[in-house]
Design a protein around this ligand. Structure first.
Ligand SMILES: CC(C)(COP(=O)(O)OP(=O)(O)OC[C@H]1O[C@@H](n2cnc3c(N)ncnc32)[C@H](O)[C@@H]1OP(=O)(O)O)[C@@H](O)C(=O)NCCC(=O)NCCS
Length: 199
């Protein structure tokens, strides 16, 4: 065998090893999703991907629907106690945190950068003799449209609606509704510019 032939062979071999490793990792992610579906009757989903280190806590009264190809990359944390609806191919990058006590709906193809978080609950604040942890939550549902891109470490707070195709800048805190086709950023998130919509 020539040196060239040997290099080609080694290249092929290393490629197939990488493919195998990737396949095994993906297999783990899909197996975790199957275990979740067997464990929770109120989780209605096709095959989704649940990366390593991810945890989804499903409450007894939750009602959860995932579309096709939903992807939770590594270290996702979900507290799903309310109505959760994710469209097709909703995608969470590493380390996102989503807490739903009332409702959360996310449209098809929306994506979340690493460390993004969503909270539809607030602790009950104000003066009261009752200790803060025992007062429960105030809950307002959140809706996020289709094709929305949420930048890394952005936080979406209770009661907001984010329109289709919106872009939420890195580190933004979304406290009010965001119109469709806009880019927003900052704390609180404000419009940076509007996006031109193709006819
Ligand atoms: C929001 C974002 C998409 C805007 O990109 P852009 O359209 O190219 O905007 P520009 O860089 O031209 O910035 C326009 C203005 O918005 C400001 N701006 C940009 N990003 C901002 C952010 N995240 N928060 C606050 N202001 C921001 C800029 O400072 C600039 O302000 P100026 O005109 O006063 O100088 C981008 O900055 C961003 O935050 N991307 C997220 C990246 C990320 O999280 N990646 C993870 C991949 S999953």
């Amino acid at each position: 065998m020539t040196l060239f032939g040997l290099i080609r062979k080694l290249e092929k071999l290393s490629r197939s090893i990488v493919t195998q490793l990737r396949y095994r990792r993906n297999l783990g992610g899909f197996c975790r999703s199957i275990v979740m579906q067997l464990r929770y009757r109120n989780l209605h989903a096709g095959l989704f991907y649940l990366g390593r280190g991810s945890q989804i806590d499903v409450g007894p009264n939750a009602n959860i629907h995932f579309g096709r190809g939903v992807n939770f990359t590594r270290d996702f944390s979900g507290v799903f106690y309310g109505n959760v609806t994710f469209g097709d191919r909703v995608w969470f990058n590493r380390g996102c945190y989503v807490s739903v006590h009332g409702g959360l709906s996310i449209g098809d193809y929306s994506m979340f950068g690493e460390g993004a978080s969503i909270h539809d609950e607030n602790h009950v604040i104000g003066s009261s003799s009752e200790p803060l942890p025992l007062r429960g939550f105030v809950v307002k549902p959140i809706t996020i449209g289709k094709n929305v891109w949420v930048g890394a470490k952005a936080t979406i707070l209770q009661g907001v609606h984010i329109g289709d195709n919106a872009v939420i800048g890195a580190n933004a805190v979304v406290t009010h509704d965001i119109p469709a086709n806009t880019i927003v950023g900052g704390i609180p998130a404000r419009i940076i510019r509007e996006l031109r919509v193709a006819e």
